[in-house]
Design a protein around this ligand. Structure first.
Ligand code: NI
Length: 257
């Protein structure tokens, strides 16, 4: 079965057909989805989705673009939600110097605080990092010792991916790998072991070819898996099977969960 390690079904782009869409997933081979948190408002919506659909899990965290809304009080709420059975990770957290919506110092402060919370709770992290390669690596090396997780929507060099793999991190691969200008990610996929790759959509964003620019959904993950299989010269089934095993290890979920 296909495991989508990063989706945002709480997004308003799904308001018109969320139920209809999620009800089709299992029949279409999508066996598990982790709905990633990005804002404080997203957390409750995610919890409801995890209660409603057996195959939906959640994570809670605040995206670097949104850390201006964070407070110690909000962090306490986050800590309480992390005790819920189907909340399986802290994320997405990190640094974003591309949109650059919050001061770098503030982004770093809350990135570190959320990493520390994951460490205290013994939970994996979902890392978002855009145009902040050096600062992200520095913080990870200093504050993420002993924490496991995924570098979601990986966009840096193959060399840096190997470094994260050595640290025990998974590399999240989504629609970008099918893009004509996705050469760097294709190289990364070629260079790192399949055992370190997880599938993700980041839906509603980043739909793979031939749907680029449209609303993304987990149903399009076969296009991503096919591209990975072609790059690594292995079968589609191998990609699906191994990435599911990887995703379950990442989020500490066993087969029957
Ligand atoms: Ni995301």
């Amino acid at each position: 079965m296909i495991f989508d390690t990063h989706a945002h079904y709480d997004d308003k782009q799904f308001d018109t057909d969320r139920e209809e869409l999620l009800e089709r997933m299992e029949a279409e081979g999508i066996g598990a989805i982790v709905n990633a948190g990005s804002t404080i408002e997203s957390w409750d919506k995610i919890k409801v989705l995890t209660e409603r659909y057996p195959f939906v899990y959640g994570s809670v965290g605040v995206h670097p673009d949104e850390v201006g809304t964070l407070s110690e009080e909000a962090l306490q709420k986050m800590a309480a939600l992390l005790d819920c059975e189907k909340i399986v990770a802290v994320g997405e957290i990190g640094l974003d110097y591309y949109w650059d919506k919050e001061a770098h110092d503030l982004q770093k402060k809350w990135f570190i605080r959320q990493l520390e919370l994951a460490g205290e709770k013994g939970m994996p992290v979902i890392i978002h990092s855009r145009e902040a390669a050096a600062d992200t690596m520095e913080i990870m090396q200093r504050h993420a010792r002993g924490i496991r997780g995924v570098i979601h929507c990986y966009s840096y060099s193959p060399e840096m991916a190997r470094e994260y793999v050595k640290m025990g991190y998974y590399i999240g691969v989504g629609g970008v790998v099918t893009f004509k200008n996705g050469r760097k990610l294709k190289e990364t996929v070629k260079e790192i072991p399949l055992e370190s790759i997880v599938l993700e959509t980041d839906c509603p964003y980043l739909a793979p070819e031939p749907f680029r620019g449209k609303r993304n959904a987990s149903l399009y993950l076969p296009y991503v898996a096919k591209e990975i299989a072609a790059i690594k010269e292995i079968t589609y089934e191998e990609v699906i099977q191994q990435t599911e095993i990887n995703a379950r290890k990442l989020y500490n979920l066993s087969k029957g969960d």
